[in-house]
Design a protein around this ligand. Sequence first.
Ligand code: NAD
Length: 416
Amino acid sequence: MAKSLYEQALEVFGYAADVMKLDPNIRKFLERPQRTLVVEFPVVMDDGRVEMFTGYRCQHNTARGPAKGGIRYHPDVTLDEVQTLAFWMTWKCSLLNLPYGGGKGGVKVDPSKLSKHELERLSRRFFYEIANFIGEKRDIPAPDVNTNAQVMAWYVDTYTMHAGYPALGVVTGKPVEIGGSVGRNEATGRGVAVTAAEACKLLGKDISKATVAVQGFGNVGSFSAKILYEDYKAKVVAVSDVSAAYYDPNGLDINDLITYRDSNKGFIEGYPKGKKISHEELLELDVDILVPAALENAITQKNADKIRAKFIVEGANGPVTPEADKILLSKGVTIIPDILANAGGVTVSYFEWVQDLQSFFWDLDDIRSKLTKMMKAAFAEVAKTKEKYNVDFRTAAYIVAIERVAQAVRLRGIYP
Ligand code: NAD
């Protein structure tokens, strides 16, 4: 039987825990998601019918602070997926040294089949259902796949109506007008670009001469492509989204592609400047850097052998399965793991939360420079740990992250 996503994630965790000789008592505690809420809730559709939906919110571990992590809307959302994503958030927050534990949520729904009003009613009702579980000091959601600043605005308003005060810090990734942070939109992509550049520097590759392929052209993929293209002068030769994939060996004009996507209901299908290729071909292109920025399990043991990229910088969460990881490492591919590469989003979410709690807002230069500094510091810590234990980047990142959470548990002790 195929392994569940959580079992796959535990394998990666377990390997790092073995290498660092983690205390088995602490290990037992860290392996399990602390709390999960499952909600079944009704939504009145535009035609008057009532439809039932299932949603989840999981807090994996809160030893270092309140839970933090996005909420995803997707027809394939499951309890297993949400718990795994929460597990990964614990390590990501710890790796960036943020005062948070890991959380994640999701609703099993295809939002493209809902009208805007239906989406609003679903969002508000879901947030009401989980309202007692979350809070500014308890668990702070954010956007993830198919949720955005507008959805966060509905969440804040719903929570505020029940709390009786403007609870702006209850979610991050909000519109700037209601307590959002400048630079949050681009933050994950900026972090991907910064870590890609650090990896190139460490391994003696000039990023301005690098070719890049990006899978997924949503928030993470499009900003990764844009920043690599604009700020680091890398040549982004291929991009895909769920609708299509395009390739131009001379480099795509990413701003032009974003403009096209935004005028084409959010999809790149039909883009006139570039050769249409298949989704598989994009992943298998002979490029320097591949950024998988769509969903989990994009690279598995089925296609790992065909990957020709020299660096994989994981924009998405869990895009490479543990089996594929082994194949890629044996081929000499350098993989910058998700908990490091895509941590820019949660880092600026942290900045947003701090700004909300203080009601004092920072400017874009401040956000970008603080983010870049923190991403570089995390990268350097991982690189140092990689040398110390003679392991790959992923294992090193887990060792750094697990050690910080383990130390929090040691200091706090096990209640009672
Ligand atoms: P999004 O919904 O904005 O974009 C997802 C993109 O992936 C879309 O362009 C979609 O068309 C594309 N896609 C879906 N299936 C595909 C396929 N089979 N082939 C090619 N493209 C496909 O979501 P997002 O926020 O960009 O999140 C993407 C990934 O990054 C997820 O794994 C998410 O958990 C992770 N992530 C997001 C953030 C964030 O700040 N948004 C932070 C960290 C990690």
